[in-house]
Design a protein around this ligand. Structure first.
Ligand code: BYC
Length: 472
């Protein structure tokens, strides 16, 4: 069970006074950050019907109540330990997992934890204006649920930094509150987390594709030999599932409304005349967030990734499903881009671990796109959404600096500049989206014209439930 202390936790925090004091010192800075950089306009006078973890078992984290956002009980929750857990991959395969950080891997682990931690507050910052343009109270609640959980994921990483990295860890925890998404001087570490998310199409694409990168990265970190990291990320994954649900169903609901409007208005392009979001615009935003999220997996060939794997710090998603876990001599056959030319090449598997994880990620995304396309099929519409080629719009790895269309056909720089807005959102597209989202919908049970209501409400509540209420 989670304790009812100032910082809720299931790690016996009160048994470690030094750590408790350090985290209690960080807590007010976190709250200040949340107030300054969290959901704008929803800090003091609104109560939100959110899920709060009261224990880590399935019943315990499905507890719902109204809370004011800054009073959400952020805390530290680790999945239960696995008895006699052994290292599942790399050079130390089969040895007992570590309860402390080995000195020789301290820097690498710190870097992984800081990179992961940095994304969490970044996403809250990116989404802070969306409440003022929400399509319904149901969606507003979902946005805030995602936001408070990202805040809790930051707590999860800060707990590890404070517990296992001494002074350096405490400094890193401070810096996690100092960098800011999109800030010119102190940006967030990874590129996708500096992109603005000021409309709900981007929010749903982000929770579909970028949170899914969260899932693949957390799955690989949950294999880690550092047991507290594994237990922390295992619990985070239970929350991540909801975020992807928000993204996938959000886009599905927009698509369904688009189909309805197309039936009324004729072709897809005409849908804008009746306030809907046309399929080409949906495809452009898909292209953008999928390609940005591919970048989040790192370079195709990476000595960092090889070393994380060899040292047992970061494994593959579902490591137990692979036959061989040491992977010293295996090769990975991959498309390779050399001197501006595509060739295929065998690369040492350990060096290709980012690409192996990206394969898993692309497969998971593809399944989601197939589900979306069923809606188009159902309405008898012949258009289909599709994932762009992996080479499209890449800024990290061997394809960065080159240009490709969504089918993977190479383009010159001039061609790319001339045609890129056929495939990526233009200023005019963004302006259109903002125009149909200008008026937020705060009336229970009412939905913006560009999206259909969900099939069911949250926690068996009706769809017209007052998911967010105002308190004077
Ligand atoms: N942007 O060998 P490489 C989530 C840097 S999302 C900018 O390719 P490596 C969430 C890299 O730092 C999941 N820079 O990379 C979702 C390196 O720089 P240095 C977050 C980038 O280390 C939604 C250089 O390029 N989880 O949870 O193999 C809402 C060459 O690096 C980028 C993690 O990140 C980029 N995209 O792999 C909320 C897990 N990519 O050292 C949350 C922890 C690379 O040369 N992190 N660089 O200066 C990792 O596993 C690895 O750091 C990465 C990169 C997979 C990100």
């Amino acid at each position: 069970m989670i304790s009812a202390e100032k910082i809720p936790n299931n790690v016996n925090l009160s048994g470690n006074k030094r750590l408790q004091r350090a985290l209690e010192h960080w807590q007010p800075k976190y709250i200040q950050w949340w107030r300054d950089m969290g959901p704008q306009g929803f800090q003091d006078y609104h109560q939100v019907y959110v899920r709060t973890a009261v224990s880590v078992d399935p019943e315990g984290w499905a507890h719902f109540e109204y809370v004011k956002l800054p009073e959400y009980r952020w805390g530290i929750f680790l999945a239960d330990p696995v008895h006699d857990r052994r290292i599942g991959f790399g050079d130390f395969f089969g040895q007992p997992v570590w309860q402390e950080v080995p000195g020789e891997f301290r820097n690498q682990l710190r870097r992984l934890i800081v990179t992961q931690g940095d994304t969490e507050p970044a996403s809250v910052e990116q989404q802070r204006l969306l409440g003022q343009r929400c399509p319904s109270l149901y969606d507003l609640r979902n946005l805030f649920q995602v936001n408070v959980e990202e805040g809790r994921h930051l707590w999860a990483m800060v707990y590890l930094l404070h517990s296992y990295f001494g002074r350096d860890g405490r400094d890193e925890a401070e810096e996690l509150l100092e960098r800011q998404s999109g800030n010119r001087d102190k940006p967030r570490i990874l590129e996708a987390f500096n992109e603005p998310i000021d409309n709900w199409l981007d929010f749903f694409m982000f929770t579909m594709f970028t949170d899914r990168d969260g899932k693949s990265q957390l799955m690989s970190l949950s294999e880690s030999s550092l047991d507290p990291l594994s237990r922390t990320t295992r619990f985070m994954l239970t929350e991540e599932a909801h975020h992807m649900f928000v993204g996938e169903t959000g886009i599905a609901r927009i698509l369904e409304r688009t189909c309805q409007l197309m039936k009324e208005a004729g072709f897809s392009e005409d849908v804008r005349k009746v306030g809907g979001i046309d399929i080409p615009t949906i495809q452009k935003h898909l292209n953008q967030w999928f390609s940005l999220s591919l970048d989040l997996h790192g370079s195709e060939v990476s000595s960092n990734a090889a070393s994380y794997f060899a040292n047992g710090l970061k494994g593959r998603a579902k490591e137990e499903t692979f036959d061989e876990h040491v992977v010293r001599d295996a090769y990975y056959h991959m498309e390779y881009f050399e001197n501006g030319k595509a060739v295929t090449k065998d690369v040492l598997m350990r060096n290709a671990m980012n690409e192996v994880l990206r394969d898993w990620y692309v497969g998971d995304c593809e399944a989601g796109v197939i589900r979306w396309n069923r809606i188009l099929e159902h309405y008898g519409i012949s258009d289909r959404l599709r994932l762009p080629d992996r080479k499209f719009n890449r800024n990290i790895g061997m394809y960065s600096g080159f240009h490709f269309d969504p089918h993977g056909v190479a383009l010159t720089k001039d061609e790319w500049e001339r045609r890129k807005f056929e495939w990526l959102p233009s200023q005019a597209d963004s302006e259109y989206l903002l125009s149909i989202m200008a008026e937020p919908i705060y009336e229970p049970g009412k939905f913006a014209n560009y999206i259909v209501p969900p099939r069911r409400g949250v926690n068996q509540q009706p769809i017209d439930f007052q998911y967010v209420r105002t308190e004077q």
